[in-house]
Design a protein around this ligand. Structure first.
Ligand code: AMP
Ligand code: MG
Length: 346
């Protein structure tokens, strides 16, 4: 399949917006920019279009999709009950990186939620995504536009690396401003619960609806045959090709640990800006200043992909970010890239 690249800088570029929308209306796949990461969009109401998403990404069929809308009114056909909490949150954070899990309308194809009775929905805060949603006039299912398991794409070149030849078009609108996926908040249980930390912090949510829970899957792998609340959580995710070990502790502890590695061939470091010169390794890629979680979020996936470009790399030791605020989302992605392999140093 030939993948068309549509460079779109502004929502005024009507012809290209219409082109992307027509492909989607006809059941095709278009990678679109959002503020979080690039999404692989398809008509959320069209079973066969949804099946194409799973095939192009190699996504396990039991991992549900997030549906994107451009107007709150679209939710009336997608979910059965819009609680006061949901309305307050939509008002506070949409358009923006907060996904709400609500009771799914039975008329929607079951493929979109991988058979669950619930549906994840959000309104993206990106002018081109919103223009395409409006023009297509359909809700769009859009998981991250990468091959399943690999780091999420934060620019069109990342999408092309993974999906060229497998999808109809890629809309190229430059780099994503947040750089990490949305926060997934479930509103279907007895208490609101964060299933995946992301672009909206726990504190910001609590400021609107009061205390919320944090799913234990954010910090640790599922035990035995425990059923995950968010099926995506059970898969290896965001992972570079080399194995990654997350190292929690001071810079001194990190240096000591690296110094103790006898054979440094094929060993690399993922560190903070300015630390490269202090580390006893030749391969060092940084992902932002130590104290700036927002920049780390923006650069993490690019840094992981940059490490993937280096031949012969076998193991990456990664500096752990502070785990609060936006840093919790960065920490969660690194922990999952490491398949929960964590070392603590002084
Ligand atoms: P992605 O769009 O690739 O970032 O993945 C979407 C994430 O949202 C995955 O972790 C899914 O498990 C989660 N998700 C989507 N729909 C639901 C749902 N109905 N209930 C719980 N989690 C969901
Ligand atoms: Mg994903």
């Amino acid at each position: 399949m030939k993948t068309e690249i549509l460079k779109i800088k502004s929502p005024q570029e009507k012809e290209k917006i219409q082109k992307a929308a027509r492909i989607l209306q006809k059941g095709g796949l278009v990678a679109i920019p959002t503020e979080t990461v690039y999404g692989l969009a398809a008509n959320a109401l069209d079973k066969s279009a949804l099946a194409k998403i799973f095939k192009a990404k190699g996504r396990p069929v039991d991992n549900p999709l997030i549906v994107h809308v451009c107007k709150v009114e679209q939710l009336y056909n997608l979910v059965t009950d819009l609680s006061e909490e949901a309305c307050l949150l939509a008002e506070a954070f949409w358009p923006g990186p907060l996904t709400l899990v609500l009771e799914k309308s039975p008329t929607l194809p079951k493929e979109v939620s991988a058979g669950l009775e619930t549906l994840a929905v959000r309104m993206p805060d990106h002018p081109i995504a919103l223009a395409i949603l409006e023009e297509a006039n359909i809700p769009l299912a859009a998981p991250s536009a990468n091959l399943s398991g690999s780091p999420s794409p934060t620019c069109a070149a990342h999408v092309a690396d993974d999906l060229v030849g497998r999808i109809d078009a890629i809309v190229d609108s430059g780099a994503c401003s947040v750089g990490l996926e949305s926060t997934v908040l479930s509103l279907v249980g007895p208490k609101a619960c964060i299933l995946r930390p992301g672009g909206v912090t726990r504190q910001a949510i609590e400021d609107v609806i009061g205390s919320v829970e944090l799913d234990p899957g954010v910090f640790r792998p599922l035990e035995g045959n425990q059923a995950p609340l968010s099926p995506g959580l059970k898969y290896k995710h965001y992972a570079p090709k080399a194995s990654l070990i997350l190292v929690e502790g001071s810079l001194e502890g990190f240096i000591e640990l690296l110094s103790s590695v006898e054979d440094k061939k094929g060993i690399g470091a993922l560190c903070f800006d300015g630390e490269e010169k202090m580390l006893p390794l030749e391969i060092c890629v940084s992902y932002g200043p130590r104290d700036d979680s927002e920049i780390q979020a923006k650069r993490l996936f690019s840094a992981l992909r940059a490490l993937d470009e280096l031949p012969g790399l076998k193991t990456i030791y990664a500096r752990s970010p502070k785990g609060s605020g936006m840093g919790l989302a960065v920490y969660n992605r690194l922990l999952r890239s490491a398949a929960f392999d964590l070392i603590k140093t002084k």
